[in-house]
Design a protein around this ligand. Structure first.
Ligand code: CU
Length: 111
């Protein structure tokens, strides 16, 4: 009985804890049909981009400022940690028409 109550309490407090946590987040950008999916909103320095390549072609996620260059074989995924705030344009080395822009805010404040 006590255990059930404790469990219910824990579940009830989860949204609060999530809202207060400064933990970096992981955001996905899916590549499909030769296009990068939309850049996630609310990116912050310290967050991770998970690049997911659903195409049958090899792609890259390559920053024009050189801050990342992720090789993405067909059906594979890769990660980039956003090191600083700012605007980062990116493209695919193999298909220069594939482009996108990340807008990265300052890192999440520590609680
Ligand atoms: Cu490509």
């Amino acid at each position: 009985m006590m255990r059930a109550i404790a469990c219910a309490l824990a579940i009830a407090t989860v949204p609060l804890l999530v809202a207060a946590a400064p933990t970096p987040r992981v955001h996905s950008i899916v590549i499909d049909k030769m296009k990068f999916g939309p850049a996630p909103a609310e990116l912050r320095a310290g967050d991770t981009i998970l690049w997911v390549n659903k195409d049958l072609f090899r792609h890259t996620a390559t920053a024009r400022d050189g801050s990342f260059n992720v090789d993405l074989p067909a059906g594979k995924s890769g990660r980039t940690v956003l090191k600083r705030s700012g605007t980062i344009a990116f493209y695919c080395i193999y298909h220069p028409g594939m482009t996108g822009t990340l807008t990265v805010g300052r890192s999440r404040p520590a609680s």
